[in-house]
Design a protein around this ligand. Sequence first.
Ligand code: IPM
Ligand code: MG
Length: 374
Amino acid sequence: MYKIAWLPGDGIGKDVTDAVKIVLDGIEFNAELIHGDIGWKFWKSEGNPLPDRTIELLRKCDCAYFGAITSKPKEEAQKELNPELRKEGIQYFSPIVKLRQLFDLYVNMRPCKAYPGNPLNYRDDIDLVIFRENTEGLYSGIEYHPVPERVFNALMETHPKMERFKNVPLEDMAISTRIFTRKGCRRILKKAFEYADKFNRKSVTVVEKPNVIRETSGLMVREAREIAKDYPDIELWETNVDAMAMWLIKNPQDYSVLVSSNMFGDIISDEAAQLIGGLGFACSGNIGDKFAVFEPTHGSAPKYAGKYVVNPMAAILAAKMMLDWLGEIELAKKLEDAVALVIKEGKVRTYDMGGKSSTLDVANEIVKKFKEIH
Ligand code: IPM
Ligand code: MG
């Protein structure tokens, strides 16, 4: 029996994880789902949206399943913190970003597939998989404001282009670092190519901006060319991220596997999600060598929280990814067939798809179809 850390989180995280529970029960997935605390509630009361007890729980489980999280900018987060904790200089951090880094979940895999019959499809022939680097880049969290003098001086000493900024007061400057490592680039690229190889995908597109961000994007693209040599049957395409945003609208059906750094991957994965029905269909897996956290890509949508009206497809497809990762390939395939059938039949649909069914109705319908076809 598997042990899954169950992390509903905030807002509609509960609605959609309840739907996933119905599905996992219904398909007789043999697992213990163990609840863990995470999210805004724990930030407000304990000053920590990811309590240590939750990290401990994750260490004891095979993998984790996560619902959604509310994240707010610095000042707003401080305002909502328990007044007794406010003076302690505690800063809010995104628990999902922390989990990715803490457990070294370096792959963020985001399939975007148009299921036939989904009225929200932009086209019916889209089948993309995005591999987003998940632990470094602009998400490293190494940022400064105001800029410490030592950092400023080091930049002045080492980079001629700093000349333009030499008179800017330190408190009027903010710096966010975009750190790439060769290892970080290689491992995400390798996963993208391995996937393409395994599933007979014809191309891998590396999405960066090396014509301007010469060193970080440059490193990623140079490493991609190296790794591509090991896969002579797979074409490597290099596309700048701005052009990619356009091509995704113009010819999304031409693309297959996309690989990108953390921030660019974040952006293009939302765009790609919209092509196949929006965030209600966008599933993802944060995957490392030993552990993984599966989640729908959408946020906590507070205004819908507890109303059981949102689309649970993304969450259910994330559970399908979890089954694949656990090695339950057959079960995953059958679940996907049931999902595809419910979409195609179109009888049970949430409001975003033009229907009136609830979040849980969709889950129950998927279970019903699963039983009918198998
Ligand atoms: C995502 C989300 C997160 C991210 C947020 C919630 C921190 O947008 O998973 O894509 O930026 O990675
Ligand atoms: Mg995002």
